[in-house]
Design a protein around this ligand. Structure first.
Ligand SMILES: Nc1ncnc2c1ncn2[C@@H]1O[C@H](COP(=O)(O)OP(=O)(O)OP(=O)(O)O)[C@@H](O)[C@H]1O
Length: 313
């Protein structure tokens, strides 16, 4: 059984449709996505800004209410438990946020930041709590004497490590990492990503890795879902999606990845032109009149169709 099983997840926000209108029109931030994450694996959610990636992550962790759909995690139906008011947050799901500069409270010491989940879920004596925080900091490569410092005294990469220490404090099985390195310099990005991989092995963690950067997604993820305006256009293994994309939107995203070699750059520019032409001529096959991606079963031969047992390659 998968560690996390998401079925037909919908998160709609309600706002007024116009200044004079009383009718509330739903904004479908997430509109029926399904995927699974296996233990120890990394699942990447990719898409342009506003495609619904963060909303999906927040819904899974319990920060956004679901409109409909089901979340089964670690053998438990979280949707049902939340509906009955039994739980809001599951201690087995941690979160790493995008911006280590704003996600750590500047007024709190490292000790209080990292100890926060422990204080919410475990009642440790001050001595045990101190030892635990020191051990967590050692695990992420921050010296134990940093506990009384404040976030501004650290570099961006160090702050993200402190965020990771907080995320792993309760030994979660799943971490939702929402653009965890996009606010960092390129050289620091690689360090933090490799560190995330190391700690994944050490703790047998699964990641839901949210990013708009396909290069990073390729480096990190086993399975990938491509989102567009709240829906999936395609999902599959990292190898499949990068070597044989099916949906025109995926092809467009891939063709936009920068390349270093001048000869490759020319080839890529030609591919981009061909894809732009295909996009114009076959748009109706992939998108409805409002420009929304068709539910994927409608596209013959996609990875998604195969995964749903409704046909496919
Ligand atoms: N609480 C809310 N109320 C109304 N609309 C919202 C709310 N939260 C998110 N949205 C809208 O839902 C859409 C999806 O947002 P979301 O942040 O999930 O996208 P994203 O793919 O993560 O983009 P980004 O990479 O820019 O964070 C956006 O249009 C956003 O404005």
């Amino acid at each position: 059984m998968a560690l996390l099983d998401i079925k037909d997840l919908k998160v709609h926000f309600y706002g007024r449709s116009g200044l004079l209108s009383r009718k509330k029109k739903p904004f479908k931030a997430v509109d029926g996505i399904s995927f699974c994450i296996e233990e120890g694996q990394t699942y990447g959610l990719v898409g342009e800004s506003g495609s619904g990636k963060t909303t999906t992550g927040r819904a899974i962790i319990g920060l956004n209410p679901l409109t409909s759909g089901n979340i089964t995690f670690n053998g438990r139906d979280l949707t049902m438990e939340r509906r009955r008011g039994k739980i809001t947050f599951d201690r087995n799901i941690g979160m790493i946020f995008q911006d280590p500069y704003s996600s750590l409270n500047p007024k709190k010491r490292v000790l209080d930041i990292v100890a926060e989940p422990l204080r919410n879920f475990e009642r440790l004596s001050p001595k045990k709590e101190l030892a635990k925080v020191q051990q967590l900091l050692a695990q992420v490569g921050i010296s134990a004497d940093s506990i009384y410092k404040y976030p501004h005294e650290f570099s961006g990469g160090q702050r993200q490590r402190i965020g990771i220490a907080r995320a792993i404090a309760l030994k979660p099985k799943l971490i939702i990492a929402d653009e965890p390195v996009s606010a960092l310099d390129l050289s620091v990005q690689a360090q933090v990503l490799n560190f995330m991989k190391d700690i994944q092995k050490e703790l047998n963690l699964s990641y839901l890795f949210i990013s708009h950067d396909l290069g990073i997604i390729k480096h990190m993820c086993d399975q990938i879902g491509i989102m567009y305006r709240g829906r999936y256009v395609e999902q599959g293994s990292s190898d499949e999606l990068f070597s044989n994309p099916q949906h025109i939107y995926t092809k467009r995203l891939l063709s936009a990845i920068p390349v270093k070699e001048p000869a490759e750059r020319e080839k890529r520019a030609r591919e981009r032109e061909a894809i732009a032409e295909e996009f114009q001529t076959s748009y109706h096959r992939y998108f409805d009149q409002e420009g929304l991606a068709y539910p994927l079963q409608h596209i013959a031969g996609t990875h998604y169709a195969a995964a749903q047992g409704t046909g496919g390659r």
